[in-house]
Design a binder for this molecule. Structure first.
Ligand SMILES: [Zn+2]
Length: 237
């Protein structure tokens, strides 16, 4: 099974380097927010939902994301997917790398999708955004996974760093097995130069980074604008 992944830009912001790197300071660097569209299966799937509560997210992160998230109207989750030819009701699975707002809080707009999240560290639906919790009350909407082939050609694996529920997703494509590691790897420098992210236990981070390297051939950082330069048009595979 070979899929194709498309990086869809959901917004951008400036993040202080002490978040990005263990040894970073007060300076900032540019982050993109992404929704990853997986095409080539029976139905479109996505990894991460994009942020729905931009103001709330920006307020909660103001200390280390000065100025907050900038999101153009066409970058919002639904118009963004529409521009890629995807209707939300057609999405079959929504993989969540972890439960921070920018990664999961638009799940409720995918009315027929199963959420695929890590069993280990799962926070419990009552701790999620109210509209997402409501959507998950419908039977069969939540698929909790461990280290397994969750769907043909798509492997999930628990990481537990950055967030207790963090998981990576490894997706078979024509260019190799592509790993979406979530927020353990914000930028290419984290994984390529072995620079642990800020606010993490360095040893735990290094062990998780080894796991990420072992799980695939191509690692795509969660927030690096350079993804769109290395993969023109954001097309991977
Ligand atoms: Zn993030």
């Amino acid at each position: 099974m070979n899929y194709r992944i498309r990086a869809l830009k959901n917004g951008e912001c400036d993040v202080r380097d002490y978040i990005t790197f263990q040894d970073g300071g007060e300076e900032t660097s540019l982050y993109n927010l992404y929704i990853w569209l997986i095409e080539g299966g029976e139905a479109p799937m996505i990894v991460e939902t994009g942020v729905s509560d931009v103001e709330g997210f920006s307020r909660g992160t103001a200390q280390y994301i000065p100025g907050g998230v900038r999101q153009r109207p066409e970058e919002r989750t639904l118009p963004l997917l529409a521009s890629a030819g995807v209707r939300p009701e057609d999405v079959s699975h929504v993989f969540i790398t972890h439960f921070h707002g920018d990664h999961y809080d638009s799940f409720h707009v995918f009315g027929n999708a199963k959420m695929v999240a890590s069993r280990e560290g799962f926070p419990g639906t009552e701790h999620l955004a109210p509209r997402v919790a409501e959507a998950l009350k419908e039977p069969g909407r939540l698929m909790l996974v461990g280290e397994e082939e969750a769907l043909p050609g798509i492997r999930t694996f628990h990481l537990g760093v950055h967030s207790a529920c963090s998981q990576g997703i490894a997706i078979d494509t024509a260019v190799g097995r592509v790993v979406l590691p979530g927020d353990l790897v914000y930028k290419y420098e984290n994984i390529e130069d072995g620079r642990p992210q800020g606010w993490s236990d360095v040893n735990a981070w290094r062990a998780a980074a080894d796991k990420i390297r072992q799980m695939g051939d191509i690692i795509i950082p969660a927030h690096d604008p350079a993804v769109l330069e290395r993969w023109p048009g954001g097309v991977i595979g």
